[in-house]
Write a protein that binds this ligand. Structure first.
Ligand code: AQP
Length: 332
């Protein structure tokens, strides 16, 4: 039986980028791979690698849990849990820090990007973040990790760490593979389409949040940066804005990018954006409806408790095995 794992940081409300690049993929996989064991978590430990406000973090954790369900994750098929409630993630993260080299961590693009944005000093956990991510995956012997392509480099490092540990201590970890989407693996910012869409971006016009008011979301599409030549064509290098909007449109509908180029061959950007804004409305409305139903329910807590108990069972077995392999403590 294949095992899959993935998570999202509650560092804000999830964006359309997180939805297309991650959540939508989890839902598709849960429906396609009926035999697979799927774990999905809320990566709250990752969120504190940059400053967070306590009340906001708590709210974001709960909202992310509800959004997962609202987007179609089925708790009878997926184990949903909160990372910090399974302490073995921290334990294995330390072992991964003892396996990784500083140079490998310093090379990570996300570290370099986020480092320069820190005004209150760079937390050491921002550097060691990929060791925790490796732990998140290796703890469960996951075979497949559905991620957006911005996380490719971290997954490569996870593979390297698994192989290095296995070579040193004998076969312990499964070396995981990434699962990437064809369309829209990376959704870009609506105000600067050479930068990825991120929930922690300072400019709210750069992203669409799954909980954005519908009209606000539609207006963000209508004011998205494009170019002046007016041709609806996918050309990431020369027309990053319109290419990004084409990717979003194709990711949310049955159209391919090619279909859309043909459909809008004789249209202008305003018509195209209006139609895309309607697609966004059709996507967000049912998600927000379900979200409002579940956010304050007892059911949500029960789902998270069940997920935690399942994850803990797997994780505690694995961490004992790892400690034994290394020779930590007394043999158990
Ligand atoms: N723009 C994106 N396009 C496609 N996929 C994306 N993902 C994130 N942004 C995009 C995918 O979402 C999953 C969870 O991401 P995360 O929240 O754990 O971390 P992140 O990649 O750092 O996401 P953000 O929104 O950019 O968060 P902040 O602003 O806090 O750094 C991953 O699978 C990721 O690929």
């Amino acid at each position: 039986m294949k095992r899959l794992i993935s998570g999202i940081q509650p560092s804000g409300v999830v964006t359309l980028g997180n939805y297309i690049g991650a959540i939508k993929q989890f839902v598709k996989l849960q429906n396609e791979l009926s035999e697979a064991d799927i774990l999905v978590f809320i990566a709250d430990l990752h969120a504190i690698t940059v400053p967070q406000v306590k009340e906001k973090l708590r709210k974001n954790i709960k909202e992310l849990a509800a959004l997962y369900i609202a987007c179609g994750l089925d708790p009878s098929k997926v184990h949903l849990f909160i990372q910090s409630e399974v302490h073995e993630h921290n334990q294995l993260a330390y072992i991964m820090e003892c396996t990784a080299h500083i140079g490998e961590l310093e090379r990570m693009t996300q570290y370099k990007d986020k480092k320069v944005k820190q005004v209150l000093g760079v937390k050491s956990s921002l550097l060691t973040y990929p060791a925790l991510m490796a732990a998140d995956i290796l703890l469960y012997d996951a075979d497949l990790v559905p991620i957006g392509d911005d996380q490719k480099q971290h997954l490569e490092l996870t593979r390297d760490l698994a192989i290095r540990f296995n070579n040193t201590y004998g076969d312990t970890f499964i070396v995981p593979d990434g699962y990437f989407t064809k369309n829209g693996s990376r959704i870009m910012s609506l105000t600067n389409p050479t930068k990825k869409m991120s929930k922690s971006d300072e400019n709210p016009k750069s992203y669409i949040l799954l909980l954005d008011d519908i009209n606000t979301a539609k207006n963000k599409i209508k004011s998205a940066v494009t170019d002046s030549d007016g041709i609806i064509k996918y050309d990431k290098k020369n027309k990053p804005g319109i290419s990004n909007l084409l990717s979003i449109y194709a990711s949310l509908t049955a159209y391919s990018v090619k279909d859309l180029e043909i459909k809008y061959k004789d249209s202008n950007y305003a018509t195209f954006k209006k139609d895309l804004a309607d697609v966004i409305e059709e996507t967000l409305l049912p998600i927000q409806r379900k979200f409002n139903e579940i956010i304050n329910s007892k059911e949500l807590d029960e789902i998270l408790d069940d997920g935690k108990n399942y994850a803990k069972k797997l994780a505690s077995r694995k961490i004992s095995k790892v400690y034994n392999k290394i020779g930590l403590g007394r043999k158990i």
